[in-house]
Design a protein around this ligand. Structure first.
Ligand SMILES: *[C@@H]1O[C@H](CO)[C@@H](O)[C@H](O)[C@H]1NC(C)=O
Length: 331
């Protein structure tokens, strides 16, 4: 019934917005009905709840909160490396969040940025570096503990996943773009290691990535990632664009994306979890999604006080930069 109320709200909003734009009741009706049919025909059903539980709460006991090391735990070890995965496991993480990227010659690797500048001893865009070039870089070069982790390499996706399986860590694959390549690479991985269906989740800011993933393998557990105002503002709150016109346009797009994520895209993609910037998480919000069979995961939760709050009060899984101490967020 809740779903019915929500649907009526959704279609009313669409109807009114189109009516205001076109002043035509016919067009408003046609477009609203088209949206309804589009959703009904093209949406993916959610993965069965029992398997989602295994992925999000591998320790069992329904309510047990999972702690996930962001980029493998970028504060405790060089981000997105095998060392970070081992460190996260040693420090008691339930899982790791890893960023999927590709070398110029199409090898799936772990890297957050689209250049190697911030994390390695070299500079340049990933799109112009072959895997053999990337494999020579020092992935610990810019880390605060670079001495301890000297010589750490950029891992392939395959190497990282095998390490996680060995250590029984849940994997949150964070995919930033390349929907087709990413879906193909991940599908191959799931077929090779079926245990991943029970122990990993594919997440993205981009609905298209998640939609493509479910198209190529509907059994994969997925999540949408969201931060309010992410199109117009950086993670630290600074505006992305200096042009006022562009800033306002992207702010408007943020409102559309917010509406889309919460009312259309989650359903179209059949997601099982919603990864949301921690400040937007409240008990009401968690319950709102729980009623829709979607679990909230908060990011990035970096202080002891906050961790206690998310764990004890909100009881949601959270993603953190450090398993051992308070630290500043790594955007
Ligand atoms: C995944 O979990 C289900 C249910 O617990 C189990 O039957 C299945 O064998 C598991 N698959 C793998 C590959 O571990």
């Amino acid at each position: 019934m809740l779903q019915l109320g929500e649907q009526i709200t959704l279609y009313s909003v669409v109807f009114v917005v189109v009516l205001l734009g076109t002043r035509s009741a016919v067009w408003s009706t046609v477009l609203t009905v088209s949206l309804y049919m589009f959703l009904a025909m093209f949406r993916f059903p959610q993965v069965p709840a029992s398997r989602v539980q295994q992925v999000l709460h591998p320790a069992g006991a329904g309510s047990k909160v999972s702690v996930v090391a962001h980029r493998g735990g970028g504060h405790d070890a060089p981000e997105n490396t095998i060392a970070s995965i081992r460190e996260a496991s040693k420090n008691g993480a339930t899982g790791v969040e890893l960023d999927l990227e590709f070398s110029a010659d199409g090898v799936p690797i772990l890297m957050h940025d689209d250049t190697v500048d911030r994390t390695t001893d070299q500079s340049g865009p990933l799109s112009q570096m072959s895997f053999s070039e990337l494999s020579k870089l020092d992935a610990a070069a810019k880390h605060r503990l670079r001495e301890k982790f000297a010589g750490e390499k950029i891992p392939t996706l395959e190497e990282a996943v095998e390490e996680c399986m060995k250590l029984k860590l849940t994997i949150y694959f964070d995919v930033k773009g390349h929907p087709d390549e990413a879906a193909a690479a991940l599908k191959k991985l799931y077929k090779k290691h079926p245990v991943l269906y029970n122990s990993s989740i594919v997440c993205s800011f981009e609905p298209k990535v998640i939609y493509r993933m479910r198209q190529s393998d509907p059994d994969v557990v997925t999540a949408l990632t969201h931060r309010p105002w992410s199109l117009s503002h950086f993670g630290d709150g600074a505006p992305r664009f200096s042009s006022l016109w562009k800033h306002h346009w992207m702010t408007l797009m943020d409102v559309v994306l917010e509406f889309g994520h919460h009312h259309v895209l989650w359903k179209l993609c059949g997601i099982s979890a919603f990864l949301i910037q921690k400040n937007s998480v409240s008990l009401d919000y968690v319950q709102h999604w729980a009623q829709r069979g979607v679990e909230v995961v908060a990011w990035t939760v970096n202080t002891k006080v906050e961790k206690d709050f998310y764990q004890e009060v909100l009881q949601v899984n959270y993603i953190t930069d450090s398993l051992v101490e308070d630290c500043e967020p790594h955007y």
